[in-house]
Each structure stands twice: as C-alpha cells, then as structure tokens.
Design a protein around this ligand. Structure first.
Ligand code: UD1
Length: 424
C-alpha cells in the first residue's frame, strides 16, 4: 500500500492549478441517468471516487468515456436499476443514483451507502423526499427499494435541515416528476448550485438555484448538455492552508474566492495574506508567525466541515489557543490523535477541540483515517521538523488529484513510497 513521505521546513512558492470539484463532479455524473442524450462534462478530476462512480454507472448501462479532462456519459438505455452493495459500500455519494433511477425508470434498488467513517450518516432525508414525490419505499436486507410505477408527482418538500446529498437526490428526481415541486431548506453549497445549472442546461425547469428554495417544474424528459465542473473549493482551501502553515506564497489558479469567504475571513484574522487575483487567489505568509482563531463548522456559506481537519493542523502551530467545534458530523476528529503524535497539544471534548499552539511539530509515522484527515497530516508534515510518513493514503487518492506533484512544484519535499505493505 502506498505511503506519502514529507520532509518539513520548506516554504512554498509558485502556482497551483485547482482541479474541478470532486463533490460537484459526482452528482453531475449521476445526472446523466436522467437523459438518453450524451452529457459531456469538462474539468472532471481524475480521482479514485470518480472512477468508482464511473464503474457504478457503467453497471447500470451508462456509456462512460474519458478523454483528458472531459467525461462523456450516455445513458441511451438504463439496463439495470439495482446498485449493489459491493459497489455502493465504498462511497456514500453513490446513493445519488437512487433519485434519477426512480424518476426515469420508476424503480431503484440501491444498497445503503458506506463511505468515510465519520459518524452515522443516514439517508432518511433522501427517502422522505422520494416518498413525498409519491414513491413507495421499502428497506430490506441493507437495500432501499423505491418504486413509483406510474411516475413521480411534484410535491412540497421541507427539509428539517440542509443536506447536500438529499437536496441533490430529490432535485434530480423532481426534474422528471409530473407537476411542480418546491424544496424548502435546500442546501446552498456551490456544488448543489453547479448541479442545478447543469440540469437547467439539460432542459430542467428549475428556479431559485443558489437559494434555499428550489422550485422545479417537472418535464417529461431531459436532453444532453455540455457543462464545466466548478473549481474545487476544498482543494483550494487546503492549499491556502498549506501556504499558511509552511509559509511562502502561492497562487491558486482558478480558485473562486466567493466560495471560500468563511475560510479567508478566518485566515486574515490570523494574519495570513489572502487576496483575489485575476483568475484565482493569492495566499501568502511572510517570515512572521500567525495567530489563533476559533471556528464552528456550518453549512455553506459557513466554515466547511471538509476544511476542519486542515484548519486544526494549521492551529497546531499558531501563536495562541484555538477552539474548533464540529457541528456537521460526529466522530470527525480522528486526525487529532495523529497530530498529537507529531507534538500537537490538543484536548478533545465531544464535538469540540481546544488546540494550544506549540512552537514546533516533529515528523512522525502517522496514519490517515479519512479523506480530509489525511491531508491535514500532509499539511502538518510540511511544517514539521524532519520526516513524516503517512500511511493509508488511498483515502487521499479518493479526493486530491496529483497532490504530491502540485506541492513539490512549489518547493515542498514530498513524494510517494510505492506499494510497501505497511499501515494496513
Ligand atoms: C456532502 C459532501 C461531504 C461534505 C458534506 C457536508 C459530497 C459527495 N460529499 O456529503 O464531503 O462533508 O456534504 O458539507 O458532496 N444527514 C441525515 N440524513 C440524511 C442526510 C444527511 O441525518 O438523509 C446528516 C448527515 O449525517 C450529516 C449532515 O446531515 O450529519 C450533513 O450531511 P449532508 O449535507 O447530506 O452531507 P453529504 O451529502 O453526505
């Protein structure tokens, strides 16, 4: 199993191209199930999760072809409406096939999902949405069976809280329902808005994209379209914090500052320079240290849970004490004990963490536990004295494209140790 080796101490200098967002590309790929026309997606990152979803869609009968950054998905016919456990258990986002299958074929049998081990992550809101649209839902032997033989019917759906996945799943289903649907308390994340824009390009009747109230006029069918995936705000935010912890200056090519306002406000309050540039963002820290800040993770536009682990790594070397509260997921501090192996001073209390800044971190062998946790260990390694070796990097490969290459191009000493059987 591959490991990543980082030798700390080098400042970063250079430009980093930001890839298309994994979390936008996944639902966009699934949207291809809604039409028999080709859906051509540009700027699709080449990542393990994208390849896995490609396999799941191919299993359902979708033609999937990649040419460089472009992915063409054609669901001329849907040959299977079952997404089996073996494929779905590896990634929670694969549950998104349920809505489009149900809407187009009148039935969907989808295994309950797996994914990152970050707390109980039910799909009850997805199912309530489908039921409101008239589907019969049955749970048996780890599978959700949803049926609507006569088609779905538009409805008013009010989510008790905003869920990214449930909004996407129900939005896609409602596009082919008879009549009008209204989704209240829809998630505001830019990836949801990107999906809505693509669906509109496919002919869907959606009003309110980017707001908490989506009004969908169902259409009998949708057509093919071409759409470019929005740049990855989580990748951009991660590299912004890499520059902050290592020091130096990076240009994040393609990063959209309007998608990162919560992070940039916090970084500025710590003394990190963040500026908008034509076609991207510049992040810099000169010789001096940086201050501490408190954060609470929240739905967009609040501080993203997917940047919490990286922020904790950054706060390990801040001048002062930081408080971090995780409100989106349970059990999302698994990186904390690993950071403590490198010398961090962290106390966990339930969903809160207190991070007392230390003067130095020391390189150590550490283990990645989930996607965002693993990259936080890379960030800590960039600033630590000596060498860190991070095992279980398959978590990283799910969500970060060419991470080592992008960082070494800016002067980081980072590389991959191939295939040695360590770290499980
Ligand atoms: C998406 C992102 C993930 C990010 C998360 C929050 C993708 C592929 N993944 O995940 O990287 O961390 O948004 O920004 O886009 N919940 C329920 N019932 C449901 C659905 C969700 O209780 O039916 C809970 C979850 O357990 C969680 C919270 O709602 O505590 C938010 O989850 P949600 O917004 O749905 O996240 P995902 O779509 O799974």
């Amino acid at each position: 199993m591959d490991r990543i080796r980082v030798e700390g101490g080098n400042r970063l200098k250079g430009s980093i191209p930001i890839s298309g967002a994994k979390n936008a590309a996944l639902p966009l790929m699934v949207a291809s199930l809604l039409t028999d026309g080709p859906l051509v997606l540009d700027n699709v990152p080449d990542l393990a999760d994208i390849r896995l979803l490609g396999h799941i869609l191919a299993h359902l009968g979708v033609g999937v072809e990649r040419a460089g950054r472009e992915l063409t998905l054609t669901a001329g016919t849907v040959s299977d409406t079952t997404a089996p456990y073996d494929l779905v258990r590896k990634m929670r986002a694969s549950f998104l096939v349920a809505g489009p299958l149900l809407a187009r074929c009148g039935e969907a049998t989808v295994s309950l999902p797996g994914g990152c081990a970050i707390g109980a992550r039910p799909v009850d809101l997805h199912l309530k949405g489908f039921a409101a649209l008239g589907a019969d839902i049955e749970l048996s032997e780890g599978y959700v069976k949803a049926r609507a033989p006569g088609g779905l019917t538009g409805a008013q759906i009010t989510f008790p809280f905003a869920s990214v996945g449930a909004t996407e799943n129900v939005l896609m289903a409602a596009c082919l329902a008879r009549g009008t649907s209204v989704i209240e308390n829809a998630a505001l994340e830019p990836e949801v808005t990107d999906l809505a824009h693509c669906l509109i390009a496919m002919g869907a009747g959606i009003e309110g994209a980017g707001t908490g109230r989506l009004t969908i006029t169902g259409k009998p069918s949708l057509g093919g379209a071409r759409h470019a995936v929005v740049p990855d705000r989580i990748e951009a935010g991660t590299f912004a914090m890499a520059a902050a912890i290592a020091g130096g200056e990076v240009l994040l090519e393609g990063a959209r500052s309007e998608h990162l306002s919560a992070l940039t406000a916090v970084l500025r309050s710590c003394g990190i320079e963040v500026a908008e540039r034509a076609g991207g963002m510049r992040v810099a820290r000169s010789g001096a240290g940086y201050g501490a800040a408190d954060i609470v993770t929240e739905p967009f536009p609040g501080f993203p849970t997917d940047l919490q682990a990286q922020f904790m790594a950054l706060m390990c070397l801040a001048e002062g004490t930081s408080h971090i509260r995780e409100t989106i997921f349970e059990n999302r501090f698994m990186h904390a004990p690993e950071l403590m192996r490198m010398g961090a001073d962290i106390t966990l209390r339930g969903q809160s963490a207190e991070v007392r800044g230390v003067r130095t971190l020391k390189g150590a062998p550490v283990m990645a536990t989930d996607l965002r946790a693993s990259v936080s260990l890379v960030l800590a390694g960039l600033a630590a004295e000596g060498e860190s070796v991070i095992s279980r990097v398959y978590h990283l490969d799910r969500g970060f494209e060419r991470l080592e290459e992008k960082l070494s191009a800016c002067g980081a000493r980072i590389g991959r140790l191939k295939g040695e059987a360590q770290g499980g």
